[in-house]
Design a protein around this ligand. Structure first.
Ligand code: ZN
Length: 235
């Protein structure tokens, strides 16, 4: 027996041992210990796209990872080494998210406000329509907007001068949206542009009355407003 085998050191790997000596058990145990040791030395360091925060050298070595997203997760060191760990679970979650019925709505809402290459950008982002910061988070968006009542419904801004934000968005059918567009239509009088409801307030008449005159039974706005101003007509 050489003295070498009596003083096992953890850093020594099985390759140093004489090849005929080991029963199948010994090198495996030393190998395990060495592997655990190796992982322990990696604490605080990066491993692929993760950072190793903690190592638990139990029966099977487990590693606490910090994911590229900031999340953490305990994984088996073997799985990590075999490249079976892709994330803390965030990638899987994102994948599931893309199957959510509102995912496409959310993506399109953000892109038409943000990317000039998007065909509808001129009517949204180009006009200064924005998506509020809270709704950058998909789950918050879903929680606040609620599920689409039917396939005929789409996202509609109640006040077109405001962006996609809580209390300014609802699910509406095409017909409802068209009427909303009309409600938000501007009428010009004496150099001022206002919507029907703004003019209704200005002349102190009811919205329905003015809406009827301007849209349902179109009248030249100039004429109508002049008559209102001179009190030639009273609602
Ligand atoms: Zn993650």
């Amino acid at each position: 027996m050489s003295p070498k085998t009596n003083t096992p050191s953890p850093s020594e790997n099985s390759g140093d041992l004489p090849s005929q000596k080991p029963s199948s058990e010994l090198p495996e145990k030393t190998g395990k210990r060495a592997v655990a040791q190796k992982w322990s030395e990696r604490v605080g360091k990066s491993f692929r796209k993760f950072k190793i925060l903690e190592v638990n050298t139990g029966r099977r070595t487990r590693v606490l990872l910090q994911c590229f997203c900031g999340g953490t997760r305990w994984v088996l060191a073997d799985s990590l080494k075999a490249n079976e760990v892709k994330s803390c679970g965030c990638l899987e979650k994102a994948k599931n998210k893309s199957k959510h019925p509102l995912y496409n709505t959310w993506v399109m809402m953000r892109s038409r406000c943000r990317y000039p290459s998007q065909p509808n950008f001129p009517y949204y982002g180009g006009k200064g329509v924005t998506v509020c910061a809270e709704w950058e988070d998909f789950d918050t968006f879903v929680a606040q907007v609620g599920l689409r009542p039917s396939k005929c419904h789409s996202l509609d801004r109640i006040d077109n001068s405001k962006g996609y934000e809580p209390k300014n968005v609802r699910w509406a059918t095409k017909e409802e949206q068209a009427s909303n567009t009309q409600r938000n239509r501007y009428f010009e009088f004496q150099g001022e542009k206002r919507t029907v409801s703004q003019w209704a307030r200005r002349f102190n008449v009811s919205f329905d009355w003015l809406h009827y005159r301007l849209i349902k039974k179109p009248q030249v706005p100039e004429e109508l407003f002049s008559n209102l101003l001179s009190k030639h007509i009273t609602p």
